[in-house]
Ligand binder design. Sequence first.
Ligand SMILES: [Zn+2]
Length: 404
Amino acid sequence: MTRGQIANVDLVKQVNSSAVYRLIDSQGPISRVKIAELSHLAPASVTKITRTLLEHGLIREMEHQASTGGRRAISLTTVTRDFHLVSVKLGREELRLALYDLEGNEAGRRTLPFPRRELEPLLTALQREIAGFIREQGHPLRLVALAVVMPGLTDARLGQVIYHPSYPLAGVPLAARLGQALGLPVFIGNDIRAQALAEHYYGASRDCLDSVLVSVHHGVGAGIITEGHIFKSQGRDVAEIGHIRVDPLGDRCHCGNFGCLETMVADAALLRQAGHMLSQGYPSRLDPDRLSMTALCQAALAGDRLAREVLERAAEHLGRALAIMVNLFNPQKVLLSGALCEAERLVFPIVAKSIEYQSLPSFHQGLPLERARFQDDQTIGGLALVKRALLEGELLQLIMEPKS
Ligand SMILES: [Zn+2]
């Protein structure tokens, strides 16, 4: 066989194994006969693949009474609790590390400040912290992968960072560097896109294949899930809705343009607007020295005019950007994430109205607008990236045939 043919045989093996694993994951307990029927694979192939999956502890057999009565039948189900992964959020001068099992249970967590540094000291410190965290867990783990999520832009396919707001990581093949140092497969991605996938696998958009998540914090970002996959462009990030221009005469954005959505509705922008109005003497119960998103949301809910004005205006702008997303992607569900969800009762109806006025009726009728589930778990996206790698076969193959 030529090298090309060998590569093809491997690819077919990977595609078939992952198809079988996905079926067991989504429909298990399931019998081998049913797997063969649904996957259109030959029964002999199914037997061979399931034997390999069993040998590696990825699935297990369950005996149960057949529905037709008579002899007992064997079904297969995935084993997810035995496998662990470390998820890292490389935030803005902060590092969050978490240990999960593949079922999604959290088994350990640590957060620490992570100051700006030059590239090599930064990578060394990152490797040291991750290795230390793994050691700290104290019990033998079947650790299968490491995931790193971050604000900014990534090329997930190449495992490269394109832009990080706090660290000089542009162009750095972060997945390969960390993988070599730690001896684990590494998956990287933008934090919001990864959160959208986590909501799809484990959270608020579990019940649909097409959804849009919009997150408002330091910036404004979105994650689009189409047919169960993160929408991307050749492995690179898309959906930078924070940089849709909302006000041509607005403030300068860090991207270089003026009046981007982010300059109008990100947390800092709302607090700045409230602070400015307070300094002008607008009556309000807000304390200018203790402004926070929580204080703003609570004041708005309690009827404070100034706080309401600020949040209502933000909700309208946000709704306008969301209407564009709805017109473009016709999702089954829209999720909102961020501190302004604390004023859900006030903010959501305005966002919903704004979507309604500015998108196709057949796209927005009956469209649920919900709060994202993983508002506070900033590392959950890494779990989703690893789960995806398992379901799509890349990680499955590495577990079954570790590279020596
Ligand atoms: Zn911008």
